[in-house]
Design a protein around this ligand. Structure first.
Ligand code: GTP
Ligand code: MG
Length: 224
């Protein structure tokens, strides 16, 4: 559930990066962290990692002003390894939107499908209507050999209406687009649920450009 605080003029949105082990969820957050200026994002918290595998979650807060509102995005990753199912369910609780990070390699197809079903069942267990939850699908690791062609991916997912975004998260490619497409889907959902634009005076463009502007203010790979 979004936290919409009219008195304090604050909007808090929880966004969860979900997907199979090693698909690049943590890398997405690291890129967002690296691409945003200090005043827009807090420190990234990576809890309990072992050989670069997430054991609990990563957390990155992103905050910016839009009109007379503060918009706070709480970005989380789940641990993808199959054994951490219970943790994924806890981290997923209260998510306003989900970015599903798939590994594009053909040999990862079964792992992607398993994780997608795991997402569906964890949402159901949390009492969330899967079809209504704003989602995007990122097909990551496009730089590797033997990846499924984008046209085939798009054809398989066309009927769902869920946006599919190709990415190479290690270079940052597709990372911003994944977040902005997700915010776009999230805005549509908030419009339906809360008549968001009218109650908060924030348009879809405000929300998306609000984030984009900060990305634009800092070139990728800059150390500042
Ligand atoms: N070649 C390539 N490697 C990538 C890409 N994105 C991430 N990786 C690498 O894949 C490995 C796993 O990435 P992570 O971001 O840690 O994956 P994760 O989804 O967080 O994994 P879990 O925490 O176990 O669920 C790391 O070595 C990354 O550098 C990519 O686009 N291309
Ligand atoms: Mg991780």
């Amino acid at each position: 559930m979004p936290q919409l605080n009219l008195e304090q003029r604050e909007i808090t949105l929880k966004i969860v990066y979900y997907g199979p082990a090693l698909s690049g969820k943590t890398t997405n957050l690291q890129q967002i962290h690296a691409q945003l200026p200090h005043h827009t994002r807090g420190e990234m918290v990576s809890l309990d990692t072992q050989n670069d595998r997430t054991l609990y979650f990563d957390f990155l807060p992103v905050e910016f002003g839009e009109g007379d509102f503060r918009i706070k995005l709480k970005l989380f990753t789940v641990p993808g390894q199959v054994v951490h199912r219970a943790t994924r369910k806890v981290v997923l609780a209260g998510a306003d939107a989900v970015a599903f990070i798939a590994d594009s390699q053909r040999r990862a197809a079964a792992g992607n499908a398993f994780s997608y079903r795991d997402l569906e069942s964890n949402l159901r267990a949390n009492g969330v209507d899967f079809d209504r939850l704003p989602k995007v699908l990122q097909f990551n690791k496009r730089d590797l050999d033997d990846v499924k062609p984008l046209a085939d991916i798009r054809e398989s997912w066309a009927a769902t209406g869920i946006p599919t975004i190709p990415a190479i998260a290690i270079t940052g490619e597709g990372v911003q687009q994944t977040l902005t497409e997700l915010l776009s889907a999230l805005y549509r959902n908030l419009e339906q649920l809360h008549d968001f634009g009218r109650n908060f005076g924030i348009t879809r463009e405000d929300l998306i450009l609000g984030v984009m502007r900060h990305f634009d203010s800092k070139p990728p790979n800059s150390s500042v």
